[in-house]
Ligand binder design. Sequence first.
Ligand code: PEP
Ligand code: MN
Length: 344
Amino acid sequence: MIIVMKPNAAEQSIRQVVQYIENKGLKTHLSCGEEITIIGVVGDKTRLGIENFASFKDVDRVVPVSESYKLTNRKFHPQPTSVKVGNTVIGPETFTLMAGPCAVESEEQLMCIAKAVAKSGASILRGGAYKPRTSPYSFQGLEEDGLRYMQTAARETGLSTICEVVSPQAIEAAVKYVDMIQIGARNMQNFYLLKEAGRSGLPVLLKRGLSATIEEWLNAAEYIVAEGNPDVVLCERGIRTFETATRNTLDISAVAVLREKTHLPVIVDPSHSTGFYKYVPPMAKAAAACGADGLMIEVHNDPPHALSDGPQSLTFEKFEKLCTELVPFAALSGRAFRAAKESV
Ligand code: PEP
Ligand code: MN
């Protein structure tokens, strides 16, 4: 439940309510808007006499929150959250492009891709060092060496970095080298890993599970935030449906639904959702037009020879063209995004 305080409620009134709730053994979460403060309550509400709140000074109303996710719920926190990742921010003011190879294949390959995506307008370099592959015989990633190459490429280009983690050991290694960790679709409900990510101290990109509902996804995000890490970004990457023409089905409506249900930033991955490079630009534009906070796109120097996800990877030329074409789409939702070419 949330307690909505009257406009410009006195500090002391807010403190009194918070103290009352915490004395009953429940947790509070404050969201301070320009005029209105909202006190979110997490815990067993039966211990609170809801009717008692009417007698507290400056309390406007008590609203039940029926959803099981609380800290990630927009009712708890009406203003959109911004998440800082290295030297860039993902949030309502900006349109963030994360780009790079599916897998880090070598130091040279990564450096060459990093320079190309930075030049075209990306602000975050993606690259998998731990690859959760369908077949155990497929390339599994360079692990800590891959993370090290991410750091070197970031230092050279000024890009921030993101890397998927698949185990607590991978998280331990990632915190030494990258700015953001990614929990992939296959691990969205690996609750132990989510808790570890919540304790990592790094911002987390949480991809939607292959067959996860939005409610399950938000509960997964809640696991991370409940560990004390508020810096979570959601990534729609397509879901399993009966359709086989694309690798997955991009649920573009998830962006609009999440906007209503959560304050967390939302980005879209048109690469894994379509599985085919030709479909990436139109879906990227659709995501920008409907108000996504950014995109994650796979880019490769030589897609036909990529060790992972070549068919859905954009060449440097195609990525640069897309960046330029995205400018008016990002502007539709009032966001700052400049393809690097324009700013030169
Ligand atoms: C990835 O981004 O490299 C990846 C494996 O994506 P997903 O978890 O969405 O399949
Ligand atoms: Mn991939």
